[in-house]
Design a protein. Structure first.
Length: 111
C-alpha cells in the first residue's frame, strides 16, 4: 500500500489536474498503478481507485459526462459524494475491469 506522503502527493497532482481539465479514468488508473506497483489484485486496485475518487469529490470535483454541446461541454451528474461513489462502484463492477477514460464518467472542478 502507498505511504501517506506518496498518496498525498498524487492526490495533490490529481486535484490540480481536475481544476485544469477534464480528468478521465485512464489517469486515475495510472495513479493507482504508480501507487500500488505490480502484483495487486483487481479488488485492491479498485479500492484505491475509489478512495482517490472519493477524496477528489470531497475536494469539490464533480462527476459527469462530456456532451456535444459547445456551450455546455460537461454535464455534471448533480449527485452527492456517496451517490456518485455508489454509481461508480456499480459501474466498475459491471465492467469487470478497471475503467478507462470514456468509461463511466469524467471529473472536473470549477474554480
Amino acid at each position: 500500500m502507498p505511504t501517506d506522503a506518496d498518496y498525498a502527493e498524487e492526490l495533490s497532482y490529481l486535484s490540480d489536474y481536475v481544476h485544469d481539465d477534464w480528468l478521465g479514468f485512464s489517469v486515475l488508473v495510472g495513479t493507482v498503478g504508480k501507487l500500488l506497483g505490480k502484483g495487486h489484485t483487481r479488488e485492491e486496485q479498485t479500492a484505491l481507485l475509489l478512495r482517490i475518487v472519493g477524496d477528489l469529490l470531497a475536494e469539490g470535483a464533480e462527476a459527469g459526462d462530456l456532451t456535444d454541446d459547445p456551450g455546455t461541454p460537461f454535464a455534471a451528474w448533480g449527485t452527492g459524494r456517496d451517490e456518485t461513489l455508489a454509481r461508480i462502484t456499480a459501474a466498475v463492477e459491471e465492467l469487470g475491469r478497471l475503467p478507462e477514460s470514456g468509461d463511466i464518467c469524467w471529473f472536473t472542478a470549477d474554480d
